[in-house]
Design a protein around this ligand. Structure first.
Ligand code: PY5
Length: 307
């Protein structure tokens, strides 16, 4: 997906012109994959641009770093302010926000000690991840032959750069097979999530999503959708889902900052429900977009206004 450049990128405390935000080819993270990142969105609202659950994303960034034993050289407040400052400097109303914490140029070899911990924050306009049509009509997914990384191998609850090679293998396999997206099972055979999205199914009016112990990332969109569903009186359960339970679902959808709320209309060549976007999915998707755009009073506390 092509990047649309903006004006400035925040790097280690300074706003640099977009073209100057560069790293050395011997950047440690580039070689060994130990770095952590976030994906956040800022939406246009009546009261100006607002970042959706910014503090929760920065908390997760700190948690990802803690799991990987990385020390971020900026405080929580500094990171929150840096995100807002970057959006302001770029004079942008809606954008995707990508903070990344990485080991820079300093040493080679697996011990990163001696490499600086660098932090960058880039923002750019990014349309919906799985396409406008996918958002409206649903996408086609396949269960991947690649299993989701297991916490005994790499910690899936940390958004670590290296973890995404597992995601990319699954994504490319799905695209090559003619699908839009992959669904990964864990080493026990239960459904975990997509390569960059959490997954939900609806069965007999109940919303079901795999528990975090399955290896699914603690998605912030996942959390928001669960809260919105229970506010609507929809029963919500976190429970292991088997592959065939996917096929039997009445509805299915992905959630994520990039993917927002994207319906799944087919899995492994089998129609989900009627093959059309389900009623619960449609309602939650609608509420999600209203909430992020500041149109729902009780969810305004999720918004961090930039101005
Ligand atoms: N699971 C994985 C593996 C993810 O990478 C993501 C987010 C999610 C679930 C959903 O989490 P949240 O709702 O907090 O975003 N993925 C990133 C995103 O910005 C990167 C996608 C390329 O959506």
């Amino acid at each position: 997906m092509a990047i649309s450049p903006t004006k400035f990128i925040w790097m280690d405390g300074r706003l640099l012109p977009w073209e100057e935000a560069k790293v050395h080819v011997l950047t440690h993270t580039l070689h060994y994959g130990l770095g952590v990142f976030e994906g956040i969105r800022c939406y246009k609202t009546r009261d100006g641009p607002a970042v959706f659950r910014l503090k929760d994303h920065i908390k997760r960034l700190e948690n990802s770093a803690r799991i990987m034993n990385m020390k971020i050289p900026y405080s929580f407040e500094e990171l929150v302010n840096a995100v807002k400052e970057t959006i302001k400097a770029n004079e942008i109303e809606e954008c995707y926000i990508r903070p990344i914490v990485f080991y820079g140029y300093g040493v080679m070899g697996l011990d990163p000690t001696g490499s600086p911990v660098n932090v960058a924050i880039a923002v750019w306009p990014w349309g919906t991840y799985l396409g406008e049509e996918g958002l409206r009509k649903g996408i086609r997914a396949m269960v991947s032959s690649w299993l989701r990384i297991d916490s005994r191998i790499l910690p899936p609850h940390s958004k670590t750069v290296a973890n995404y090679t597992n995601s990319i293998l699954a994504k490319l396999e799905a695209l090559k097979a003619g699908y839009d997206e992959a669904i990964l099972l864990n080493v026990e055979g239960f459904v975990t999530e997509g390569p960059g999205e959490n997954i939900f199914i609806v069965k007999n009016g109940t919303l079901i999503t795999p528990p975090l112990s399955s290896g699914a990332l603690g998605g912030i969109t996942r959390d928001s959708v669960m809260k919105m569903a229970s506010d609507k009186g929809i029963p919500v359960r976190e429970e292991n889902i088997s592959r065939d339970q996917l096929y039997e679902a009445d509805e299915a959808f992905f959630t994520g900052t990039a993917a927002e709320v994207t319906p799944i209309r087919e899995i492994d060549g089998r129609k989900i429900g009627t093959g059309k976007v389900g009623r619960v999915t449609k309602e939650l998707q609608h509420t999600f977009f209203e909430a992020v755009r500041g149109k729902i009073e009780k969810y305004l506390h999720w918004l961090d206004y930039v101005k």
